[in-house]
Design a protein around this ligand. Structure first.
Ligand SMILES: Nc1nc2c(c(=O)[nH]1)N[C@H]1C(S)=C(S)[C@@H](COP(=O)(O)OP(=O)(O)OC[C@H]3O[C@@H](n4cnc5c(=O)[nH]c(N)nc54)[C@H](O)[C@@H]3O)O[C@H]1N2
Ligand SMILES: Nc1nc2c(c(=O)[nH]1)N[C@H]1C(S)=C(S)[C@@H](COP(=O)(O)OP(=O)(O)OC[C@H]3O[C@@H](n4cnc5c(=O)[nH]c(N)nc54)[C@H](O)[C@@H]3O)O[C@H]1N2
Ligand code: SF4
Ligand SMILES: [Mo]
Length: 899
């Protein structure tokens, strides 16, 4: 049993069970890993009180060792840890000796634990002596960090989740919280069920979140600054400011207001919004003392992202609506430990423990605390620039930890080129992915359920991730690997911790070192935890300045971390975003998330039921654009930017603004021929934060002809060749592929080559094949030792002749009897094989209970259901995480309308 599994506190109540924290989003829900193998919500955790979303509910299903990285790899060959660690230390040392400390870099992640992050930052900034450590939080939270620093003097989220429940108006800006922060979203809806809370959603698309809103403002992409400048001007004109609070606690109002001045007509023109809707929103904001403005990637991932953040914060400072119950600007973080990374200084422009490079006394303080020989004295390169430096040879050794930049960075092809060009690339990950494929050294990491440490969520609550299973093979915790390399590079004492608790104590002590109230991030009250207390640590909100202290809301009574203690309103004059359509690229591409997938799918892409709701990366486009392109739902469309082109299937979505496409960020080359959306995406940077504009890229689109469609079922995760489009979904016993072809099916020997390219049949496999050129049908089954290895069904035209997949998929891997063979090619469920009578439940709507569309529609009719609650009572759908409730309502409307 790994250390930390036994908790002294509630050991009795939790016999055999381990409390931990969900590894996905920044809501930071508590989970309990039970002895029976289930992972359930922790009813004692303050973030979720037992609730989990679809992804959290499926965590137990991700704990399969099968495809994990289990041994270090050097040039693709298995090696032992000693060889790998020696090599990494030697190559980094040699590169530094020859080219200086800035010739090496670390690119880390908000999915690292605080302890991993602390060790990485100490090694790079304190001992190697370069600022070149940056994190994928650059793609995620950097604009919020910069906005917080400008307004508050420190990177602080002032409020708590409870504020959303206490507010009378919640404004969601660029946040699809129904899908991306589902448990927090459900908390808000539960509070609204008890008393009126108005919700305004500001998003160019009509998302699931907008379905829950009282007002949806479909803002023109990138125009949020104009929207909030208009609000500030409105508040001033209507005399709705809190002058007394500003006089005591803020500065910069006049300059901010003069930069925000614009006419109502200008606001409407810039934002593309109906003036009446704008006035409605402005009046609600002005007349509601308790307002929380929640914002996420629609704000941050923009070339004007930092100004968006400050335009929002300005309105809160001008009305004194901050740090009080039910009030405040609220940046919700994406990753489970985006906050922890910011706390340790994981961003290239932060030093450590919220101290910055522009404070000479801070540099000196950190140098003394670490006894650091070569402390970095200037910021390093930010993510996008870091990979530019790798490409042009300034960086010659790179270590990537817990992130997949070959897919998730903008201009992904260029990032891959950089990785190929780099003399030495180390990647620490749990699974093989598009980045490990380009590494010289791959280090197998202990993952969630195995690793041991802390994370901080969006409301500053520090929680433990605890191990409850052994890491597969030789996988190791990242902090241990980093510390081992630090020691091998010659810094024995500085990297000599023997437990995560010891790392955490040092981090906590640094936060309090010569602090004396000058830095809000102070957890020195946790610096004396014993190993046992660390193991038993209950969720605690910072600041924690002394043992037993616990942070609450900040800045309600001023006390900002600026030199004079005042919060700053920052002028945010209107500036159009960099990404915009032109004659050659007349559309714009927006990218983001879907409900049941997490990032580049290394974990969620292996769980069949999480691909049942959305199984492919479809491009959403408005009916108007679809008509002008001549594309029907499910057809192929080619999308091109100046950087790259891709072919995906289209979804026609009336919630898309005309001229705008949306593509999910999740699919990679492992899952789909289209590869990552990041290939197309523009790398325009916000000038203050360096965050790339992932939400806005000029593109053009064209219909791609469809000659045939197909279904491939395969035991192996092959990559089909010679098709216009494929995408793969995992099954319990193999994989299902959607295929679409643009060219007519070949004939003769070319047909065999074509089938081989799709199926990659193992040597010695037995083939069954049926071709009906007249009907445009091709069916192939492949058996290995009498078992069904793969099954291919193609049909010309719209694919109407393809059989339902569920019955056939059930046979994959099974022995096929002689009588059953013909049915493989007929595509009908064979009798006598146990699959007959498998009825399709339709596309999954509720992922928590695997309830399909057909089942729901039938139940509505049969039982005369009239509400989402009725459906829940009948089928359980929507009763766990609630994320599918907007869709249940839509289905109800549709069924009743067609009845
Ligand atoms: N299911 C799921 N949940 C996740 C994640 C996941 O991968 N899957 N990832 C986590 C992470 S790391 C993050 S950062 C969060 C992100 O959480 P969100 O920010 O909520 O997610 P996104 O889908 O990236 O973007 C949110 C919305 O911004 C809108 N948007 C685009 N441009 C603009 C604009 O100019 N103005 C405005 N107002 N809106 C705009 C998009 O249309 C989109 O609906 O989600 C976290 N939670
Ligand atoms: N086009 C587009 N691109 C985007 C975005 C977008 O909205 N649009 N959003 C951006 C945002 S907000 C984010 S946060 C990023 C996310 O992008 P990435 O960070 O690249 O996404 P992940 O797939 O979460 O990658 C995490 C990797 O860490 C591995 N891993 C998990 N746990 C551990 C561990 O304990 N140790 C180690 N060593 N490895 C581990 C996983 O297997 C996975 O390969 O994507 C960004 N890119
Ligand atoms: S909302 Fe879902 S993904 Fe986010 S922490 Fe909670 S259970 Fe995990
Ligand atoms: Mo993120």
């Amino acid at each position: 049993m790994p250390e930390g599994m036994a908790r002294d506190a509630e050991a009795g109540a939790l016999a055999g069970a381990v409390r931990s924290t969900c590894p996905y989003c920044g809501v930071g829900c508590g989970v309990v890993a039970q002895a029976d193998g289930r992972v359930v919500g922790d009813t004692d955790h303050p973030a979720n009180r037992g609730r989990l979303c679809s992804k959290g509910s499926a965590l137990a299903e991700t704990l399969k060792d099968g495809e994990r990285l289990t041994r270090p790899l050097i040039d693709g060959r298995a090696a032992d840890w000693t060889q790998a660690l020696d090599l990494v230390a030697r190559r980094f040392k040699a590169t530094i000796a020859e080219h200086g400390p800035d010739s090496v870099a670390f690119y880390v992640s908000g999915q690292c634990l605080t302890e991993d992050y602390y060790v990485a930052n100490k090694l790079m900034k304190g001992f190697i002596g370069s600022g070149n450590i940056d994190t994928n939080s650059r793609l995620c939270m950097a604009s919020s960090v910069a906005g917080h620093n400008r307004a508050f003097g420190a990177d602080v989220v002032p409020g708590t989740y409870e504020d959303l429940e206490l507010a009378d108006l919640v404004v969601l800006v660029g946040s699809n919280s129904a899908w991306c922060h589902p448990v927090l979203h459900q908390r808000l809806l539960a509070a609204r069920a008890k008393r009126p809370i108005r919700i305004v959603a500001i998003d160019p698309r009509r998302t699931a979140t907008c379905e829950d809103a009282d007002l949806h403002l479909a803002v023109r992409p990138g125009a949020d600054v104009a929207l909030f400048n208009g609000l500030l001007a409105h508040l001033a004109d209507q005399d709705q400011l809190d002058h007394a609070w500003m006089a005591a606690h803020a500065e910069g109002f006049e300059a901010a207001l003069s930069a925000a001045r614009q006419t109502a007509g200008q606001t409407a023109a810039l934002t593309g919004l109906d003036p009446a809707d704008l006035v409605r929103f402005y009046q609600w904001f002005a007349s509601t003392p308790r307002v929380v403005t929640v914002y996420s990637q629609g704000v941050n991932q923009s070339s004007v992202g930092t100004d968006k953040v400050n335009a929002i914060i300005n309105c809160h400072l001008a009305t004194g609506r901050i740090g009080k119950p039910g009030c405040g600007p609220f940046s919700i973080t994406g990753q489970p430990n985006a906050m922890g990374g910011r706390e340790v200084g994981g961003l290239a422009n932060q030093l450590a423990a919220h101290m910055r490079f522009d404070q000479p006394e801070a540099i000196d303080r950190v140098r003394r605390f670490w006894r650091a020989p070569n402390l970095a004295t200037k910021p390093g390169l930010k993510a996008v620039e870091m990979f530019d430096a790798v490409l042009d040879g300034r960086i010659k050794a790179l270590w990537i930890i817990a992130t997949n930049p070959a897919d998730s960075l903008p201009r992904a092809d260029r990032v891959r080129e950089a990785l190929r060009a780099c003399p030495f690339v180390v990647v620490s990950d749990c699974w093989p992915n598009d980045t490990t494929a380009l590494a010289d050294v791959v280090l197998p990491a202990a993952g969630w359920g195995e690793r041991d440490g802390t994370v901080t969520n969006s409301e500053r609550v520090i929680s433990r991730q605890r191990p409850f299973r052994a890491a597969p093979g030789e996988a190791r915790a990242d902090w241990r690997v980093l510390a081992a390399v630090g020691q091998r590079m010659g810094w024995k004492d500085a990297f000599s911790w023997t437990s995560p608790a010891a790392v955490f104590r040092e981090h906590a002590a640094l936060s309090g070192f010569e602090n004396a109230g000058s830095r809000p991030f102070d957890i020195s009250g946790l610096a004396m935890l014993t190993d046992g207390q660390y193991d038993a640590l209950a969720p605690v909100r910072w600041p924690v300045r002394w043992a037993g202290d616990e942070g609450g809301r900040l800045f309600g009574q001023g006390g900002f971390a600026t030199p004079n203690g005042r919060g700053r309103l920052v002028p945010t004059p209107w500036r159009p975003p960099a990404g915009r359509a032109d004659d050659a690229y007349p559309l714009v591409l927006n990218t983001g998330r879907i409900r049941d997938q997490w990032h580049t799918m290394t974990r969620t892409g292996r769980v069949p039921r999480l691909l049942a709701h959305t199984g492919e990366p479809r491009a959403a486009l408005s009916p108007t654009d679809a008509a002008s392109l001549g594309v029907a739902d499910g057809d192929l469309v080619r999308i091109e930017s100046v950087h790259a082109g891709t072919v995906v299937r289209a979804t026609i979505d009336a919630g898309q603004r005309v001229g705008e496409l949306f593509l999910p960020m999740h699919w990679t080359d492992e899952f789909c021929s289209a590869g990552p959306a990041g290939r197309l995406v523009n790398a325009a940077l916000d000038p203050v934060s360096g965050q790339p504009e992932l939400k806005l890229t000029a593109v053009r689109a064209a219909a791609v002809p469809v000659a045939w469609r197909g279904l491939l079922l395969h035991r192996a995760a092959v990559r089909p060749q010679g098709v216009a489009y494929w995408s793969r979904m995992p099954l319990n016993n193999g994989h299902a592929f959607e295929l679409v072809g643009s060219d007519a099916l070949p004939a003769g020997p070319a047909l065999t080559r074509f089938v081989e390219g799709l199926l990659h049949p193992p040597a010695g496999a037995e083939w069954l094949q049926l071709t009906d050129a007249g009907r445009g049908l091709l069916r192939v089954a492949i058996l290995v030792d009498g078992r069904l290895e793969a099954c291919l069904l193609l049909a010309a035209g719209d694919g109407a002749q393809l059989p339902p997949r569920d019955a056939l998929a059930a046979l994959l891997g099974d022995t096929v009897t002689d009588e059953a063979r013909p049915s493989l090619l007929s595509g009908r469920a064979p009798g006598g094989l146990g699959a007959a009578g498998v009825k399709s439940a339709g596309r999954t709507v509720c992922a928590c209970f695997s309830v399909g569309l057909v089942t729901i529609r039938e139940a509505i009719v049969a039982n005369r259901l009239t509400s989402a609650e009725d459906i829940g009572a009948c089928l359980k759908a929507g009763t766990n995480c609630g994320s599918c409730i907007p869709e249940l309502k839509e289905i109800l409307r549709d069924v009743h309308a067609s009845a």
